[in-house]
Structures are given as structure tokens and as C-alpha cells.
Design a protein. Structure first.
Length: 394
């Protein structure tokens, strides 16, 4: 019996990890979907638990590929263009269609990239380390007309993987800690996403009428994001639209009109021309940076995000600067190799790191190392130089 709902684990934006113990996956530009496969049926739920099974009937092939084994799978639905490059713009043609016609299925095919298994053969797998879950996933051999199991690059150079992602037209990479469990519904640094372009989820709060070629439709959208639980004006976007997007936006925004602005702080020249709407639609933009007064700079529209709840359109923090590389200056280990203590130097600062069973604790002093080992029944005095341990094992 499968669980009714397993909320997807979410990644934290950050810089590429430079330490060992990570695997890297390409970040696909699409819609996150957890698929429940049982008794020949497939049910697909988005990140906010919307059922999109009817939107993507191609996912039905999972039932045949998994050969009767009940499973919960996590992955990304994408549309591709020439050269197998994911295209979020193309996916927009499918995201809002509940019952796609055969012509639409043929003109905008989708792929489902499965990157995790959360439940298999009646047992939850979320407490297993990532490396073991990927082994289970590889054993399922999920390859079909639309289903793929993407590669993961364990113990690889993250910079090389990121460069490959850029050349292939992917959105970025996600670094995943090899020893980490799956944390349903939680955002964790055990998954660190490193995008190649900055994106921001936004709430549409109004629009300005277009001029010239855009006369009679949307010229620009007025946007907001949540900060500290409050909706705040974030600027406007007037580029990145296709004609089909503009028509669709005009259709969706018309019934949401309201008389007053849903936020304060909108510049007077913008407010004077604005048509206000209820803040119910979530979209996504790319942008270069934030201005000092909290406006998106050089924003470009990517599309609506019906898979995102409005309250999650929070202003994303600036990406952290990359951490200086770590130099391991010495290491001790238990004779069986299960516990390892490393002396490390980073940016002139010296500290200790403890590793055990795929997990690690950083930035310890010697007293912290002794306490941590002592709680596990290990005496620091019993550890030997790692080179000596390997010699004995050999």
C-alpha cells in the first residue's frame, strides 16, 4: 500500500560544494512531480499537491516500465526542443491543458526525468542514504518513450559538471550529499542547487496596457514577492513574452481585476497606469540582480507557475560567495576506518572535521572532537594515522 502523499524534498540555493561526499545531477527546467505507481495506475502530484495526471498522460508508461512493483518516484517533467535542450517556454503550452489533444501531445512531447525513489515494494526508502536510493533507482531501469533516469556524477568535480550543464543548455546542477536521507517536505542544504541564471518566483499584482504591436493586451506585469510574510512590490517585467503568453495572461488576469493596489510602495507613474488584480497568480522571471530599493533589475518573463503556492513566492537571498577551498593537513582514523578525524585549513583558519558513515561534522575544536567521539564510545587516543591504518588493512 502506497502512502497517500510524500511531499518532495527541496534544495537550498548555494555554491558548489568543494568537499568530498557529494553527487551532482543536472537541474532540469520543468515541473516537479512525484508519481505514485500501483496496480497498473499512475498518479502524478506537483510540489503543491495538485493532481496533474490528466495533463501528462505520457506518464502512464511508468506502470509498464516498473513491472508491477508499487513505487513512489520523484522527478521533473520537462519539454525539450532541438538538441534535447529543456525548454520551459515550450512546457507552458502543456502546463495549463488538462486534457491535451493528440496534436498537442505530438507537437509538445514531454519527458519525465526520475531522480529518486521514495517508496518501493511496500517499504519507505526515505531514510536510506542518497547513494543507496540511487542504486535502487538504477536497478529499476526506467527508460521508455518519455521516461528517463538521468545520470548522477558521484565524487566528481562539481565545476566540470556545471560547465557540462551550461554547454548542454540545462538550468544548472544540484549537489546531493551521498549519505543524506530524503527529507519529505523539507528544504535542506543536503541538496544544494547551483543555477546558471538567477530566477525568482513572483506574484502578479497588476498589469499595464500595451502599446503599438501590443495594443489591446498586456504590455508589462507588475510584480511582488513575500518578505517576512508581507507582500511587497518588486518591480515590473515587460520582456520575455510570446504572443500566446500575452493572450493567455490577458485571459487569466481579466476576471481577477480589483480597484486598489494589493501592495503599497508602487511608484506613482506605475500606479497611475496600472490595472490591479488579486494576487493569486505565481510566475517566474529571470533577472540580473536586486536594486537597493528592492526592485528586480533586467527581469525577463519565463511563465506562470501553477505548481507553486502564492505564499512560496518569497524573495530569494543572494547566492552566497563560494567558500574557500579546504586543505586537509592530516587525518586520523579508527582501525576499522569507520571514524575519521581530519585536520583542515580553510582561508587561514584551522579546525577539525569528523566523518562517520557518510556524515560529517565541520568546524570543531579538539575538545569538540573528543566529546563527539566519546558520545559514540570512541577514544581519540585509539585512532591511528590514516596512512598507517591503510597499510595495516593492506
Amino acid at each position: 500500500m502506497l502512502p497517500e502523499l510524500v511531499p518532495p524534498m527541496l534544495a537550498v540555493a548555494g555554491s558548489l560544494p568543494s568537499d568530498p561526499g557529494w553527487s551532482f545531477e543536472f537541474k532540469y527546467d520543468g515541473v516537479r512531480a512525484v508519481c505514485y505507481v500501483e496496480d497498473g495506475f499512475v498518479r502524478a502530484l506537483t510540489r503543491n499537491a495538485n493532481d496533474v495526471t490528466a495533463h501528462y498522460p505520457e506518464l502512464g508508461e511508468l506502470a509498464g516500465l516498473i513491472h508491477g512493483r508499487p513505487a513512489v518516484l520523484d522527478g521533473e517533467i520537462v519539454a525539450v526542443e532541438a538538441g534535447d535542450r529543456p525548454s520551459f517556454a515550450r512546457l507552458q503550452n502543456r502546463m495549463h491543458v488538462v486534457a491535451p489533444t493528440p496534436a498537442l501531445l505530438q507537437s509538445v512531447p514531454i519527458r519525465y526525468y526520475v531522480f529518486d525513489v521514495l517508496h518501493l515494494d511496500g517499504r519507505s526508502t526515505v531514510d536510506l542514504p542518497y547513494a543507496r536510493r540511487r542504486e535502487l533507482l538504477a536497478g529499476l531501469d526506467l527508460t521508455g518513450a518519455c521516461v528517463r533516469t538521468p545520470k548522477n556524477f558521484s565524487q566528481a568535480d562539481g565545476r566540470a559538471v556545471l560547465t557540462t550543464a551550461e554547454l548542454a543548455g540545462y538550468e544548472g546542477v544540484v549537489a546531493k550529499r551521498l549519505g543524506a536521507p530524503y527529507r519529505p517536505g523539507k528544504r535542506s542544504a543536503d541538496w544544494t542547487k547551483v543555477p546558471l541564471t538567477r530566477t525568482q518566483e513572483v506574484v502578479v499584482i497588476g498589469w499595464e496596457a500595451g502599446e503599438g504591436r501590443r495594443a489591446g493586451t498586456v504590455g508589462a506585469l507588475l510584480l511582488a514577492t513575500y518578505e517576512a510574510g508581507e507582500l511587497r512590490y518588486a518591480g515590473q517585467v515587460g520582456t520575455g513574452f510570446t504572443d500566446a503568453m500575452l493572450d493567455f495572461l490577458h485571459e487569466r488576469l481579466a476576471p481577477l481585476r480589483r480597484a486598489t493596489a494589493p501592495v503599497t510602495g508602487v511608484p506613482r507613474d506605475r500606479a497611475r497606469r496600472a490595472v490591479w488584480v488579486e494576487p493569486l497568480l505565481v510566475g517566474e522571471v529571470t533577472f540580473r540582480t536586486w536594486t537597493r530599493d528592492g526592485r528586480l533589475r533586467h527581469a525577463s518573463w519565463r511563465g506562470l507557475r501553477p505548481d507553486r503556492p502564492v505564499e512560496e513566492a518569497r524573495r530569494a537571498p543572494a547566492p552566497p560567495p563560494p567558500r574557500p577551498p579546504t586543505e586537509v593537513t592530516g587525518a586520523l582514523a579508527t582501525v576499522d576506518g569507520r571514524w575519521r578525524v581530519e585536520a583542515v585549513r580553510r582561508d587561514g583558519h584551522e579546525s577539525y572535521r569528523v566523518r562517520h558513515a557518510g556524515n560529517r561534522v565541520d568546524d570543531l575544536d579538539l575538545g569538540g572532537v573528543r566529546r563527539l567521539l566519546g558520545e559514540a564510545g570512541v577514544d581519540l587516543a585509539d585512532l591511528v594515522e590514516d596512512a598507517e591504518r591503510q597499510r595495516r588493512a593492506g
